[in-house]
Design a protein around this ligand. Structure first.
Ligand code: GAL
Length: 690
């Protein structure tokens, strides 16, 4: 399998970064298409994604095919040297499908139908839907397989649907039969003897529909696992069809960022290239750190190799309560930030802003203001920057010494109605820990709890409520092998069936973390804090007795938990029984990182200046409004401006510098940590032809 760049780059041209976006030209008269490609060339666009929502155009009535318009578009892009990421249009079936085959429409938890008139109104379990999807994918792939513009496949769009309907009930039962074999095993796994839920016949097992009171959490957990797997089966079916026609082209599907609906590790392993859609709020001061986290997670899902921003917005989106544009420079800053975190492609939704339809107020690379508009001017500027960076950046890797563990199974299990605190949110806790690292200028990667962790100097477990035996053994082996580990509260409380471990926490983990007895959990209210001596804890606290030999690094002061451990240390393993406030968490993690031999990429950086090392380049990104000066040892050349930097570097508002550095002057994090590699579950963007 070739790399993204291998297939998208015209022969003889140096490596480059893919740049472009969703192009939905069926909205426009054909004269506009010609104008579009002219402007794309001006902006340095190298790739467009066609066909994402084109099903009704290609198949206006059942079985009919209209490809002429798409033929003309494929030819047009090729003539202008622009590659095509061709999407299977299966995320938005035409209205005729719902009318003729109502069973293709999904049902919500209350049994209500999700009708056509928007998009993504397909039941992942509908045989009829799957047949139509396979048929159009087959014809699309057969028609364009040899087309010179075709560079890559984009399957469906943001798989994210749920279905509680009757056909889903049947496929849910089949999925459960595969998992458990017998109804007895299912009854045991779900603990159905509580509340008289014991099933006597498979026909009684339903998706977890609207019910009177709390649902069985193991049932809900399996429904989430099943939903992820059902959607994955839809993806696989289409992927296998396109692969048959174009075995050399990479296949992807665009993830929503840090989205709970799909097990991102399992999905990523099924893709040739991992891609994600990122839409941070321009007004949110946390957006830069959020982008960094999405970049780190996506790169890690790609096995540490290059990944793709499939969609982002050039300006405002139109789905928040209030939708703010990006001030000039912010679009460029975030595009280059993605590159710093390992992306080899930055693309947008969408090329030309719509004049009609649900997203006419959503920005495009070419906004309503047109060619003279500042959004388009920035589109051109980004194209120039990417063209400059491509030959040096494309294909290079980001190295980090820290891994943050994350697992969707644990997220799903922890997110249950009967939890002790609704305030405990997996994504927020993971975000808080990653943010703490980001604030300390410590680059990080993500890993699954089953991955080989030995290559990371420091492993963090912000919130893995569910850990199976393999994961627990992996953590124990990691620390025994010399690794440094920090676990957050509620680590490993439940097994794979969401059954609380005997004693409230697995005995192996208790031994590892230095816990003698876990007495009670004491969740905290909004605004409530616990005094931990040198810092304040939020969200959660725990009443536990330390094992002999474990050190209470910080203790609660006052209240019911007075004197009990807030932070417990047992050799190279630490356990945090609360969530320290942001600055304290950042200090704590920096201190542990330093002890583990992991240092910031650049020392003494001002806040809101991010430094990321990618290959032999150092990206410095100014996420703030005022200019700042950064002091760096040695002399460096800025690839964006071609200027020599000696000593001090001034970064303007939203400024970016990409410096060529020698290892001695700015150490690669690998010097302090190790190269990021994953075990089973994730795979790098393949480099050779399949
Ligand atoms: C994405 C979607 C795009 C577009 C975009 C708007 O979720 O894939 O088609 O709707 O959001 O922000």
């Amino acid at each position: 399998m070739p790399s993204l760049d291998d297939v998208t780059r015209p022969p003889g041209r140096p490596p480059r970064i893919l740049y472009g976006g969703d192009w939905n030209p069926e909205q426009w008269p054909e004269e506009t298409w010609t104008e579009d490609v002219r402007l794309m060339r001006r902006a340095g666009v190298t790739s467009v994604t066609l066909g994402v929502f084109s099903w009704a155009r290609i198949e206006p009535s059942p079985g009919k095919r209209e490809f002429d318009w798409l033929d003309r578009l494929m030819d047009l892009t090729h003539t202008h040297g622009i590659g095509v990421v061709l999407a299977t249009p299966t995320s938005s079936p035409p209205p005729w499908m719902g009318r003729l085959h109502p069973e293709t429409l999904p049902r919500d938890e209350d049994g209500r139908t999700e009708w056509w008139g928007s998009r993504q109104h397909f039941s992942h379990s509908s045989e009829v839907y799957r047949q139509y999807a396979a048929s159009i994918t087959e014809d699309l792939a057969a028609r364009y397989a040899g087309h010179p513009a075709l560079t890559m496949w984009h399957i469906n769009n943001e798989y994210c649907t749920y279905d509680w309907g009757d056909e889903a009930a049947r496929t849910f039962r089949r999925w459960l039969q595969d998992r458990y074999g017998t109804l007895d095993a299912l009854n045991t796994a779900w603990g159905t003897d509580f509340w008289s839920q014991r099933y006597g016949d498979w026909a009684e097992v339903l998706p977890p529909r609207r019910a009177h009171y709390l649902k069985n959490p193991a049932h809900v957990l399996d429904f989430r696992r099943y939903t992820s797997d059902q959607l994955l089966a839809c993806y696989r079916a289409e992927r296998d069809i396109v692969r048959r026609h174009t075995p050399d082209l990479p296949v992807t599907t665009n993830f929503m960022p840090f989205w709970s609906g799909q097990d991102g590790w399992t999905w990523a392993a099924e893709e040739d290239l991992v891609s994600v859609d990122v839409y941070p709020d321009p007004r949110d001061p946390g957006s830069a750190a959020y982008n960094a986290m999405i970049g780190d997670l996506t790169r890690s899902q790609a096995g540490g190799g290059p990944w793709m921003v499939m969609e982002q917005a050039a300006g405002a989106v139109n789905w928040r309560g209030v939708n703010h544009p990006k001030p000039y420079g912010l679009n460029r800053l975030w595009a280059l930030q993605a590159i710093a975190h390992g992306a080899d492609a930055v693309c947008y939704f969408q090329w030309r802003q719509s004049r009609q339809g649900a997203e006419k107020f959503h920005s495009g690379m070419l906004g309503h203001a047109g060619e003279r508009g500042r959004v388009f001017q920035e589109t051109v500027r980004i194209g120039e920057d990417l063209a400059r960076l491509g030959p040096r950046v494309a294909g290079s890797r980001v190295t980090t010494g820290i891994a943050v563990l994350h697992d969707w199974n644990s997220w799903w299990a922890g997110d249950q109605e009967g939890a002790l605190s609704r305030r405990v949110d997996h994504a927020e806790i993971v975000g808080a820990w990653h943010r703490a690292l980001w604030d300390a200028h410590l680059p990080a990667s993500f890993a699954h709890p089953h991955h080989d962790l030995g290559c990371h100097r420091l492993v963090l477990v912000p919130h893995l409520y569910l850990l199976d035996d393999t994961a627990i053994d992996n953590l124990v082996a990691y620390v025994r092998g010399g690794g440094t580990l920090v676990c957050g509260f509620l680590t490993g409380i439940a097994d794979q069936d969401d059954r609380v471990r005997p004693g409230g926490m697995d005995a192996r983990l208790c031994e590892l973390l230095g816990i003698d007895l876990l007495q009670e959990w004491w969740p905290l209210d909004e605004g409530e804090h616990v005094d931990c001596g040198t810092f304040r804890g939020t969200l959660w606290s725990e009443e536990l007795i330390a094992a002999p030999g474990a050190e209470t690094v910080a203790a609660y002061r006052g209240g019911e938990l007075d004197g009990l451990p807030a932070v417990l240390r047992n050799g190279r393993a630490r356990y945090l029984t609360t969530l320290p406030e942001p600055a304290a968490l950042s200090r704590l993690l920096s201190a542990v990182a330093e002890e583990a031999g992991v240092r910031p990429v650049v020392d003494g950086l001002p806040a809101d200046v991010e430094a990321v090392r990618r290959g032999d380049l150092l990206f410095l990104l100014r996420h703030g409004h005022d200019p700042v000066t950064v002091t760096l040892p040695g002399r460096h050349r800025d690839l964006l401006t071609g200027t020599e930097i000696a000593g001090a570097l001034k970064l303007e508002r939203y400024g970016v510098a990409v410096l060529e550095v020698s290892g001695a002057q700015v150490p690669e994090p690998a010097d302090a940590g190790t190269r990021e590699e994953h075990g089973p579950g994730a795979r790098p963007v393949p480099e050779g032809r399949r």
